[in-house]
Design a protein. Structure first.
Length: 383
């Protein structure tokens, strides 16, 4: 079964047959859908609830749906690395199948094609050629996903039977990136720095990244140098995928390994963060470990509840999204679901201080309706 990944989605048979296929994890689709909805609806809903309500809990949840300005971590800062972590898990299933049936060369071709298409979609998402070639934006979300995917997938294609070698590469990427930012002086500053706008990663982007320049030192999702951290992020997902696909562990043992590995990532990441700050936009090594720690724990929870306990009735909306995440991401860029929702319900005109809450809720409903229609008609984006 060709497992869906953000870097290349495949048409599969939904419904009952999805459950019968032992190679497919409903929990992975659901977690992917949950992750995508957190940036395309749930975030807006919680933020508006926090503004409209006087409940402290809702205000705390709303605050967690905002990025920290620079160093530190909110839940919202985990959303992107969770998605890349899931890509790593998924590529284990999809590429193992392709290699088994068609050989490694076919898998490599698939990886290169999918990553190239995803990178081009990223350029389109960020404005395409509207501003001319000199203003093409190369540091967007989809570009970062394409970069992390292509390198991690190629490493997997050539080293899938040597997991310790992949682990060595992952550790080398994390340590190497730390060394670059920690010991190499930033030109024009004279010393190494992790500061906003004064670090080596930003200097390299400003000097060498082609296309539209970054107007603000933190107004970017990817860069040339922090790709090292993103690839390590994806490789950590690969290790989780190898665990889930292995027949050497029981299902419950896999959950314990995911939770244990996640806890170890949190311990190492937060400890390392005392010296190498946890910074999302730099994709620091400590940030990768912490984010992947939370990702592994979340995956373990979803796997336990959905694939082991078979408590699945609540997950269907997340599966709808998880089967078409890139489609929804692209459509939401071109179609304003909140704008449509406001036209339908009027917002504050009819609901007062809770008007934006209602608009956010209806907007989320429209998104779910859209992906449900695609799912029911077996329409899935294939790259």
């Amino acid at each position: 079964m060709d497992t869906l990944t953000a870097a290349g989605q495949s048409v599969i048979r939904p419904g009952a047959e999805l459950q019968k296929n032992n190679a497919r994890l409903t929990s992975l689709d659901a977690l992917r859908g949950f992750d995508m909805l957190c940036i395309l609806g749930i975030d807006r809903l919680l933020r508006e609830l926090g503004k409209a309500s006087h409940l402290d809990l809702l205000k705390v949840l709303a605050d967690q749906m905002n990025h920290v300005p620079w160093a530190g971590l909110h839940f919202y800062d985990v959303i992107f690395p969770l998605f890349i972590f899931i890509i790593g898990v998924s590529l284990v299933f999809s590429l193992n199948k392709i290699i088994g049936r068609q050989g490694r060369r076919a898998a490599v071709r698939r990886v290169l094609r999918r990553s190239a298409i995803l990178f081009l979609l990223g350029i389109f998402y960020m404005g395409g050629l509207a501003g001319g070639l000199s203003n093409v934006y190369l540091a967007g979300v989809l570009q970062r996903i394409a970069e992390a995917y292509v390198f991690a997938a190629l490493i997997f294609c050539f080293l899938r039977e040597r997991p310790w070698a992949m682990l060595g590469i992952c550790v080398g990427l994390l340590l190497g990136y730390w060394a670059l930012l920690t010991f190499i002086p930033v030109p024009g500053i004279g010393h190494a720095s992790y500061a906003r706008g004064s670090n080596l990663a930003h200097y390299i982007d400003a000097r060498f990244l082609p296309g539209r320049s970054v107007s603000d030192p933190v107004d970017f999702e990817g860069s040339l140098l922090n790709t090292l951290g993103a690839v390590a992020n994806c490789l950590l997902g690969v290790f989780a995928g190898l665990l889930l696909q292995s027949d050497k562990f029981t299902q419950r043992a896999k959950v314990l390994w995911l939770w244990g590995g996640g806890a170890m990532g949190l311990l190492l990441g937060y400890t390392w963060g005392l010296q190498f700050p946890i910074i999302k936009l730099l994709w620091t090594s400590s940030y990768v470990l912490v984010a992947c720690g939370y990702s592994a724990i979340l995956l373990g929870c979803f796997y336990l509840v959905i694939d082991i306990w078979k408590v699945q009735r609540w997950v269907q909306p997340f599966v709808w999204v998880g089967m078409n995440p890139i489609t929804l991401y692209l459509v939401a860029n071109m179609v304003s679901f909140p704008g449509l929702a406001k036209r339908l319900v009027g917002g504050a005109v009819f609901f007062g201080s809770y008007g934006n809450v209602v608009v956010a809720l209806v907007s989320l409903g429209l998104e779910l309706w859209f992906v449900q229609v695609l799912y029911s008609r077996k329409i899935f984006l294939r790259l």
